[in-house]
Design a protein around this ligand. Sequence first.
Ligand code: ADP
Ligand code: MG
Length: 392
Amino acid sequence: MSEPESHASRVTDLFVGLTGSAPEGVWSAPGRVNLIGEHTDYNDGLCLPIGLPQRTCVAVSPRADRTLRVRSAQQEEVVEVALREVAPGRPAGWAAYVAGVLWALERDGHDVPGLDVTVDSSVPVGAGLSSSAALECAVAAAVSDLAGLDLLGSESGRAELARACIDAENIIAQAPTGGMDQSTAMLCHERTALLLDCRSWETRQVPFDLAAQGYALLVTDTRASHALVDGQYGSRRDQCREAAAALGVTSLRELEPRDLDATLDRLSSDVLRRRVRHVVTEIERVRGAVDALQADDLAGLGRLFDASHNSMRDDYEISCLELDVATETARACGALGARMTGGGFGGSSIALVPLAAADETSAAVTDAFAARGLAAPVSFAVTAGGPACRDH
Ligand code: ADP
Ligand code: MG
């Protein structure tokens, strides 16, 4: 049985254990890793994520009453909540990511039934690989089918589901994330990176098939906990808003890269200057990465990875020891480039490594962590996976 199939069968068993009957269906959605373009989504900028082969599966049946009952293989408790009681911060904890999707779709005018839902996932949770969006988008795909919304069949329908998932996370789970994660889980394609314009929400598919060129994308989950809900991410968002207001623009996307020096001179705060420099240069690096991929210039892509990491470490100040060690070690092993990915303060890094050196690189990263007394990281090579869909 392939890995996704085994999850689909485990989530079905979990469902039978919860309800005593088989689910109406099984849906899944991928985690994501962002190749480049970090903390640009909430600045109306560009990012370039791929869907992961790791997915979150949900087994779902509608219920006759207006109640949501959820159980996850990754959590202890069964959560039950009446749909009318779902509100910001309610339910608390992980079930908000499920309940929030129902809440958002209902708010959008859709007729949403009560549901029994079980969850099982191969996306590492809290590793910056977007297990939260994978969960939301798997649920949204299920609701779209079960409530007859028919939104999975078109790009615009999928974008609408992604927006409902963003609101679920921002408003009900109260995690102030941008829109990259949910858009990726809904709109990504296999062997393709998704160029996402977070101002217009336009997308473009960019070929991403490293194996064909003898390379792999090695993800390292540093196991250091990141703190999305704990204020650091929100503080970066606030600083960007403050800088935009001081510069008289509605978002940092509007700043011209060629005028960067003059723009920075207009800011009196050194911290804000560095935050703005990261965002403006990072958006340019996304453009450069797309060009590099289209020209099969992996060395060029690697240099952009390195520059992006340095910008996040020095200007945006969201790296940490684990992420710096993982990226430096990968480079020392011959990676063309390496960078932290996701919100920061822990989570995961990525490295562009020769296929033949992937195992050796992941062993070297493990050794480097051990030598510094850090908890053991987990590294794995990934390819670009497909979007939220019905599995069974
Ligand atoms: P990330 O999205 O990077 O993994 P987040 O902090 O955004 O990290 O989201 C992780 C949270 O999402 C978990 O703490 C939990 O509340 C919820 N979650 C994600 N996957 C699952 C799952 N399989 N089962 C239950 N809850 C999950
Ligand atoms: Mg998340």
